[in-house]
Write a protein that binds this ligand. Sequence first.
Ligand SMILES: Cc1cc2nc3c(=O)[nH]c(=O)nc-3n(C[C@H](O)[C@H](O)[C@H](O)COP(=O)(O)OP(=O)(O)OC[C@H]3O[C@@H](n4cnc5c(N)ncnc54)[C@H](O)[C@@H]3O)c2cc1C
Length: 388
Amino acid sequence: MTDARIRTEEERAIVQWAATLSDQLSERAKEYDEAGVFVYDQIELLQRAGYGGLTVPKAYGGKGASLYSFLLAQERLAEGDSSAALVMGWSLGITLSLQDTHAWPDALFETFCREAVAGRALVNACGSEPETGSPSRGGRPTTQAIACDGGYQITGHKTWATGSLKLTHIIVTAYIPDLDRVGEFLIRQGAPGLMIEETWDTMSMRGTGSNTLHLNQVFVPAKDALDIIEPGARARRSTDGSGWLLHIPATYLGVANAARRYAIDFAKTYAPNSLGKPIATVPHVRDKIGRIELLRDTARTTLYDVAARYDAASDADRPKMRTDLGLAKVVAMNAALEIVDLAMRVVGGQSLWKSTPLERYYRDVRAGLHNPPMEDAVMAQLASRALE
Ligand SMILES: Cc1cc2nc3c(=O)[nH]c(=O)nc-3n(C[C@H](O)[C@H](O)[C@H](O)COP(=O)(O)OP(=O)(O)OC[C@H]3O[C@@H](n4cnc5c(N)ncnc54)[C@H](O)[C@@H]3O)c2cc1C
């Protein structure tokens, strides 16, 4: 079946590339999930293939993917291994936003990009703490940055640090009491005083290695204090409206696609002797598959429409799209949850068995609810737009 969302030959090539990688990842996704360990080799596979350069500008050796193409690739990649896709998604998304916001000095950005293309660099932002909850709510970090000779010393801890064991560049938020400001600081893997505690043990996205970072007087030179803002204000990295965050719903739609494919194959081949023919002929099964298609097409239409408009928008207009971006996330995320549920209903009791991938999709897809933007915040934005 042709994908109506693919508009150009370049997009087709990117999706085909992602599909090849996705199929390779899928061979070991179950193993990582069962062991609950970080998808180290999966990330190495992707880095060796140059996937870390997907959103790197062509001038720095990357593929220069737009938001739209990035989402197409992520959606396909996640069908094979959603944990690996999410780890890469943070890094690729941040790379995309940095080229638009110029939030890093040009030389630092170029060096990072060239290393990412070569498979040697991976970035993520670690803002979450137990005390603040989701950083998207604007809570002030309890992690502190104290000015010292030549820079800052950072002390505190960060939870949910996805990809922690493989990150080379870690963006950490910290409160600067001397200035009553919040800073974004770049910490390199291996920095003295940085310790990763392997705390990640969840039911969902078990391979993401979203561990706890302990920071004990980690020295950050002044040049790596990337942004200093008032508490609650938006960092420069977010001044583009944060379209890159749509990699999250794309990833979870990928999980839903995998569940859909499994259910359709099952319906076409499972023929219980009470029926004497495949269950795909049964009206209630066809109805559920119809609902899956409705949800999936609606979600993808919304997601890719918003992404296309974001790509086409001017720098000044992109931040105004924040509500539409949130809407796309909520629509796609809820569709993904419902698609996995319907797929499991089609398959029936066998969907519960560890030998089928559906129970993993069921667990993984839940996690998207707790990645930004949060649904209640999006609803508040939509209501404000309607009422004010
Ligand atoms: C798979 C996965 C990967 C992640 N990776 C990263 C990462 O790499 N980096 C990172 O920084 N974080 C990461 N996170 C963490 C994520 O960004 C959130 O910080 C985390 O999920 C906690 O969000 P929460 O909504 O449960 O927490 P909270 O914000 O504490 O919310 C908990 C509950 O309290 C309510 N609540 C709390 N505060 C408010 C408020 N001010 N107004 C209204 N309601 C409120 C919420 O509605 C919710 O019901 C990841 C999360 C997941 C699931």
